[in-house]
Design a protein around this ligand. Structure first.
Ligand code: NAD
Length: 256
């Protein structure tokens, strides 16, 4: 017996790069609970890696979406409006920071690099929520993905710390603004996971090893763990939850 169902729900998943992506874990979990999914890839270079995964899920809508290209987000949402006429769940699982800025001290990061990281990792979520709002007349859920480095200094996480802090705050304000429409907004906050984005962080292997040691469960988070939480938050059973930052980390974030 399934505890909840997403049968017939429509979900947009932004952020699959490959089968290690957190977005892939979310897409699979939503699909397994019965949702129809739409899947995006960054660009032509990413398409051969993502298209087969989208096809595996029987994605009804798929195509390119680079949030830094003007009009591309709007065009993808227009496809959703045309084909589905509505959207129940948005999963925004993307982040970016220029390497030179990411690898230096936060106090040294450039204004341009900081603005780019904020635009792709935070403001793009607000833009997507704004486009999703008219497609969610009966409510829905909008999820993004954050990290513990938002509220604590995690060595080598550097400028993504302030960027994730802004993301979590944006989640709270959007949740407050859209709550009366039944649109719920959350951040999923997994412990460190070996993905392509994570490989851009210096000494990420050390972070993984520390997390496995420190977490009370001694288990690293998996994309299946994140997917399960995403599917639950997308369900009607989570209808009265909003504005949260949900740690999915074996308890890593409670330890000193
Ligand atoms: P990933 O590399 O699999 O996914 C990152 C995605 O961001 C890619 O699909 C990439 O194409 C997309 N992206 C980057 N720039 C984009 C743009 N301009 N337009 C559209 N998409 C763009 O890595 P991941 O770890 O699955 O990352 C997903 C999210 O999870 C990120 O927000 C990341 O910060 C967050 N996160 C990751 C970890 C971790 O340890 N891996 C932990 C906590 C949070």
């Amino acid at each position: 017996m399934t505890m909840f169902s997403l049968q017939g729900r429509k979900a947009l998943i932004v952020g699959i790069a490959n089968e290690h992506s957190i977005a892939w874990g979310c897409a699979r979990a939503l699909k397994e609970q019965g949702a129809d999914v739409a899947v995006t890839w960054l660009n032509a270079k990413a398409e051969p890696h993502v298209r087969p995964l989208a096809e595996q899920l029987g994605a009804g809508i798929m195509g390119p979406l680079d949030v830094s290209v003007p009009g591309e987000t709007e065009a993808f949402f227009a496809q959703i409006a045309d084909r589905w006429g509505r959207l129940d769940t948005l999963v925004h699982s993307i982040a970016f920071a220029p390497k030179a800025d990411l690898h230096g001290r936060v106090v040294d990061c450039s204004a341009e690099g900081f603005a780019t990281a904020m635009d792709i990792s935070v403001h793009s979520f607000l833009r997507m929520i704004r486009l999703a709002e008219p497609l969610m007349p009966a409510g829905g859920s909008c999820l993004s993905v954050s990290f513990f480095g938002s509220s604590r200094v995690v060595r080598h996480y550097n400028m993504m710390g302030p960027v994730k802090a802004a993301l979590e705050s944006a989640v709270r304000y959007a949740a407050a603004e859209l709550g009366e429409k039944g649109i719920r907004v959350h951040a999923l906050s997994p412990g460190p996971l070996a993905t392509r984005a994570a490989s851009g962080i210096d000494h990420f292997d050390t972070l993984l090893a520390e997390a496995a040691t420190r977490a009370p469960t001694h288990q690293l988070a998996t994309i299946e763990d994140v997917g399960a939480m995403a599917a639950f938050l997308a369900s009607d059973e989570a209808r009265n939850l909003t504005g949260g930052v949900h740690d999915i980390d074996g308890g890593y974030s409670i330890t000193a």
